[in-house]
Design a protein around this ligand. Structure first.
Ligand SMILES: C[S@@+](CC[C@H](N)C(=O)[O-])C[C@H]1O[C@@H](n2cnc3c(N)ncnc32)[C@H](O)[C@@H]1O
Length: 212
């Protein structure tokens, strides 16, 4: 198992500067999806190549993965995908300052690092303050997609999200998947692994209900 990267380390206080959204995507008027903890970006490459009517932005704390993803992006000449290296919490904080408008029409947090020990729970990505920041940059009534194969983490994240009162759970049957960022139900790398090992996958879709 790989060593998780501690997002609270001083190293991640510094983040790369974020270009303006119209410099990132060829068509900045398309709906835009944010994937937090995108790892190598394989999932996003597939999404971006299959859905030209969406823009995709991936955030990842492991620098090497983003360097490689950016190389691949240049080679493939894809104009509806972009990657940023850094701790998502710091990136969102800067994003709000630089671009104080609702950039994202949906967001996903797929199989975030579990940080099992209680003393490490503060390193988990979903925290009340993080959700506040996320809600600032998400459009009204936009969807947040959450997946995990760790039940205890999933319950923890659900309770933080429910207590925030910013998002409410949406019944799966109320979602028209064809209109979402992932109409063909492409799987992430961790999801493929979980399926191959027959691990139970816990997932919830939330809708932003508070207009901040
Ligand atoms: C278990 S992996 C899942 C990767 C991918 N989402 C998937 O489903 O295959 C979690 C990813 O989140 C990244 N990550 C963890 N904490 C992060 C943070 N604070 N900001 C950005 N990325 C983070 C990790 O480096 C790792 O690549």
């Amino acid at each position: 198992m790989r060593q998780h990267v501690n997002p609270l380390s001083k190293y991640f206080q510094e983040i790369e500067s974020i270009p303006k959204i119209d410099q990132i995507f060829k068509n900045s008027f398309l709906p835009t999806h944010l994937d937090i903890g995108c790892a190598s970006g394989k999932f996003l490459f597939q999404l971006a190549e299959n859905n030209k009517n969406w823009n995709y932005l991936g955030i990842e704390i492991r620098e090497k993965l983003i360097i490689n993803a950016k190389h691949k992006l240049k080679e493939k000449d894809i104009d509806n995908l972009y990657f940023i290296f850094g701790n998502a919490d710091n990136l969102l904080k800067n994003w709000i300052v630089q671009y104080p408008y609702k950039t994202f029409d949906s967001a996903s947090i797929n199989f975030p690092d579990p940080w099992y020990k209680k003393k490490h729970h503060k390193r988990r990505i979903i925290q009340t303050e993080f959700l506040n920041k996320l809600s600032y940059i998400m459009s009204d009534k936009s969807l947040l997609f959450l997946k995990s194969d760790v039940e205890e983490l999933y319950q923890y994240m659900n309770s933080v999200i429910s207590n925030s009162l910013i998002f409410e759970k949406v019944q799966n049957k109320c979602i028209n998947y064809l209109e979402t960022f992932n109409p063909s139900n492409i799987k992430t790398e961790r999801e493929k692994y979980a399926i191959s090992k027959q691990l139970k996958i816990y997932q919830t879709i939330y809708k932003k209900i508070i207009n901040v």
